[in-house]
Write a protein that binds this ligand. Structure first.
Ligand code: CA
Length: 221
């Protein structure tokens, strides 16, 4: 799942990046309002963590501008103070949740998963598709025979993406975007290699290749 992290405190941003990557996100990090504004409008994010006090502007203005341009990914704002007005203004500007600094990264991650689930119309941490169940907290998939398999971070992100919209064809480029951030340069056949590994777990007929188009999670094999 691709996530935009907007935070000008470099120490906090770097720490959060590694925590969020462990939790299954691929992170684009920016320190400025200007870059955040254009990334949010151009890229396909599943969620955003947005600091309000940025060196070249206000996170609130960035958020208002995204919402005005129909960039509707869920946004969690970080407020420097436990100031109720910041929270109210953030929610009014289109934020989905907020967290006051200092905070525990576990709470941030739990809240992020919650707003992403709501944006996908789900109420709990299990994503079911066909005969399979994906557990977001434990990064495991339960197979049709009842056994559970642990997934690596990349396997989890790829399977989660496919299972989130069964029947939809994802191009290799779309999958790469959800798996890797702008600074990574993965080779072209990396997706194929991961698809092969996932097929060993869920069966070849569950992840279908559409020649020339991409891959699709088949929930009725
Ligand atoms: Ca700040």
């Amino acid at each position: 799942m691709r996530l935009l992290l907007v935070e000008d405190d470099h120490l906090l941003a770097n720490g959060l990046t590694s925590q969020l990557e462990k939790a299954g996100f691929s992170i684009d990090l920016t320190h400025t309002a200007k870059e955040a504004l254009s990334l949010g409008k151009q890229e396909d994010y599943r969620a955003c963590v947005l600091d309000l006090g940025l060196p070249d502007g206000s996170g609130l203005d960035v958020l208002r501008s995204w919402r005005a341009e129909k960039a509707d990914f869920p946004v969690l704002i970080l407020t420097a103070r436990a100031n109720w007005q910041d929270k109210v203004n953030g929610l009014k500007a289109g934020a989905d949740d907020y967290l006051a600094k200092p905070f525990q990264s576990e709470e941030l991650i739990a809240r992020l998963y919650a707003i992403i689930r709501r944006s996908e119309g789900r109420g709990h941490a299990l994503m079911a598709a066909g005969r399979f169940e994906l557990d977001e907290h434990r990064q495991t998939v339960k197979l049709s025979d009842g056994t559970e398999a642990s997934l690596t971070g990349t396997e989890f992100r790829l399977l989660r993406c496919l299972m989130s919209r069964p029947g939809q064809v994802f191009s290799k480029e779309q999958l790469m975007e959800q798996l890797y951030n702008l600074d990574d340069n993965p080779s072209d056949n990396v997706i194929e290699a991961y698809i092969r590994r996932l097929r060993k777990l869920v069966g070849a007929d569950t992840i279908v290749t559409r020649r020339g188009q991409g891959y699709m999670f088949n929930d009725t094999p």
